[in-house]
Design a protein around this ligand. Structure first.
Ligand code: GLN
Length: 456
C-alpha cells in the first residue's frame, strides 16, 4: 500500500463518518495528497523516518503554516493563513507524518465537552447523543471513529486525558516542559502541554518520542534527553510500587468506574506490582485553585486578541476604544468571557492576595502532596474522570458541575507531572467507555508508558 492510498482512504473514512462525528474543522486534503505523492515518488527509506506516511490530525489551537487555525473561536475564524508552524508540527513534518487537518475543540481549550466550540458540536462516536469530552474532543473522537490513527491535543487541566477517557482511546499529558509550547495558542501558560491521542499505548509512545525535546523557541522546555519511550514497553512491572489516592474513590465518583479501577489494580498485581492506599490531602482544593490560576493566566494571554493584530475586527465600531471592545464582545463566546472576567478580577489590586496568591499557595501544597508520594511510589493510579461521557446539553447551563468534572486531572497539571489515560472498561448502564489514569514522576513518562502498556 502506498502513502497516497493510505491518505485517500483516510479522507474517504472522514467523509463517511464526519457528518455524524463532526470532528474536523478544516481538512488539508490537497496538501496532504501532494505530500503523500512526494513520499511515494522520492523513493526514500521509510525506516529512516519514525512517522513515515502516518496520517495525523491536529487540534485547532496548534498553529499550522498556511492552514486555517481558529481555536474554534469566532475571533480567529478568519485566520486562514498562519505564518509559521508550531514546533510540534515542524517535528512531525520532519518525521514525515501527513497532516490530515485541524480538529474541533472547546473555544480556546476552555471546556470539558466540546460544547463551547463556536463552530460545531463534536459527538462521541460510541453514541452520538453523548459529548466526546473536551477540550480536545475533536482529537479523541476522530481517533475513536477510526478517521485518523494519531492526533494531537493539548491539556491544561485534563483536556487530553478526559476526552480520551470518554472516547475509549489513549491520551497522554507529558511532564510540563517535555514538549515545546511554541505555536500552541496559550490558554494558561504554566499548565498547558501538548499531548498525543492514539488507539494504542505503543502508538502514543511513538509520537511523544517525535514531538518531545528542548526547543530554543520555548524557554520552559526542558534541557533533557528524550528517552526512547517505545523501548520502555517491556511489560515488566515486577516490584513496581503503586499509590492509590483515597481522595479519588469518593462520593461523586461513579461506583462502576471505581470497581473497574480496582479490577485493573488486580491485573497489575498479578504481574508483580504492589499497591497501597495513599493520600493527596489537598485534592479538594485543586479545582478552585486551578480555575483561579488558569483564568488569571488566560485573561492575560487573551489580551492579544484585540481586533488589531489577528483575527476578526468588529465592523460596527466608531472609534478605537469601541473597536477593541466590540471586536472582543463579538469574537469571544460566553465561557471565554466568563474566564477573562474571573481572571481579571482575581488579578486586580486589592483581590490579588486573597485569590491569585492564595491559589498559588494551594498549588505548592498540591505539588508537595505528589512529591511526598513519589518518594515511596513509582506511579499513582486512579480514575481519569468521575463518570463516563454525559449527554449533549446535560451540563451546559451549569458551569460549576462542568468544572467539578476535572477533579482528578487538574492536580496533575498543577503539579506539572505526566499522566496517561488508558481505556479501562464500559459502563454497565450507558455502555460508554471510561479510562484509567496513571500518573508518574516528573519526566518519567517511560514508567507511565510501561505500566499503561502492561495493563492495556
Ligand atoms: N476542562 C478544563 C477547563 O475547562 C480543562 C481544559 C483544558 O485542559 N484545556 O479549563
Amino acid at each position: 500500500i502506498t502513502v497516497t492510498d493510505l491518505v485517500k482512504e483516510t479522507y474517504k473514512q472522514i467523509r463517511e463518518t464526519d457528518d455524524k462525528v463532526q470532528a474536523f474543522l478544516t481538512l488539508n486534503e490537497e496538501d496532504a495528497l501532494a505530500n503523500a505523492k512526494a513520499l511515494d515518488e522520492q523513493g526514500i527509506d521509510a525506516d529512516q523516518f519514525p512517522m513515515f506516511g502516518m496520517p495525523i490530525g491536529i487540534k485547532d489551537n496548534i498553529v499550522t503554516k498556511g492552514l486555517r487555525t481558529t481555536c474554534a473561536s469566532q475571533i480567529l475564524s478568519n485566520l486562514d493563513d498562519p505564518l509559521y508552524d508550531a514546533t510540534v508540527v515542524t517535528k512531525l513534518k520532519d518525521a514525515k507524518a501527513i497532516n490530515i487537518g485541524k480538529l474541533n475543540m472547546d473555544e480556546f481549550a476552555m471546556g470539558s465537552s466540546n460544547e463551547n466550540s463556536s463552530m460545531q458540536k463534536t459527538r462521541n462516536p460510541w453514541n452520538t447523543d453523548y459529548v466526546p469530552g473536551g477540550s480536545s474532543g475533536g482529537s479523541a473522537a476522530s481517533v475513536a471513529a477510526g478517521q485518523v490513527p494519531f492526533a494531537l491535543g493539548s491539556d491544561t487541566g485534563g483536556s487530553v486525558r478526559q476526552p480520551a477517557s470518554y472516547c475509549g482511546v489513549v491520551g497522554m499529558k507529558p511532564t510540563y516542559g517535555r514538549v515545546s509550547r511554541f505555536g500552541l495558542v496559550a490558554f494558561a501558560s504554566s499548565l498547558d502541554q501538548i499531548g498525543p491521542i492514539t488507539k494504542t499505548v505503543e502508538d502514543n509512545a511513538r509520537i511523544l518520542e517525535v514531538i518531545a525535546g528542548q526547543d530554543k523557541m520555548d524557554s520552559t522546555s526542558a534541557n533533557l534527553d528524550v528517552p526512547k519511550y517505545t523501548e520502555a514497553l517491556t511489560n515488566d512491572v515486577k516490584g513496581l510500587k503503586i499509590g492509590v489516592p483515597k481522595e479519588y474513590f469518593v462520593e461523586g465518583v461513579d461506583e462502576a468506574v471505581q470497581d473497574s479501577i480496582r479490577e485493573a489494580l488486580k491485573v497489575l498485581e498479578a504481574q508483580g506490582a504492589e499497591w497501597e492506599e495513599v493520600s493527596l490531602p489537598h485534592s479538594n482544593y485543586a479545582v478552585a485553585s486551578y480555575y483561579m490560576i488558569a483564568s488569571s493566566e488566560a485573561s492575560a494571554n487573551l489580551a492579544r486578541f484585540d481586533g488589531v493584530r489577528y483575527g476578526k475586527r468588529s465592523e460596527n465600531a466608531n472609534d478605537m476604544m469601541e473597536m477593541f471592545k466590540m471586536s472582543r464582545s463579538e469574537g469571544f463566546g460566553d465561557e471565554v468571557k466568563r474566564r477573562i472576567m474571573l481572571g481579571t478580577f482575581a488579578l486586580s489590586s486589592g483581590y490579588y492576595d486573597a485569590y491569585y496568591k492564595k491559589a498559588q499557595q494551594v498549588r505548592t501544597l498540591i505539588k508537595q502532596d505528589f512529591e511526598k508520594i513519589f518518594e515511596k511510589y513509582d506511579v499513582v493510579i486512579g480514575p481519569t474522570a468521575p463518570t463516563t461521557a454525559f449527554k449533549i446539553g446535560e451540563k451546559i447551563d451549569d458551569p460549576l458541575t462542568m468544572y467539578a468534572n476535572d477533579l482528578m486531572t487538574i492536580p496533575v497539571n498543577l503539579a506539572g507531572v505526566p499522566a496517561i489515560s488508558v481505556p479501562c472498561g464500559f459502563h454497565p448502564s450507558n455502555k460508554m467507555p471510561f479510562g484509567l489514569q496513571i500518573i508518574g514522576k516528573h519526566f518519567d513518562e517511560s514508567t507511565v508508558y510501561r505500566v499503561a502498556h502492561t495493563y492495556e
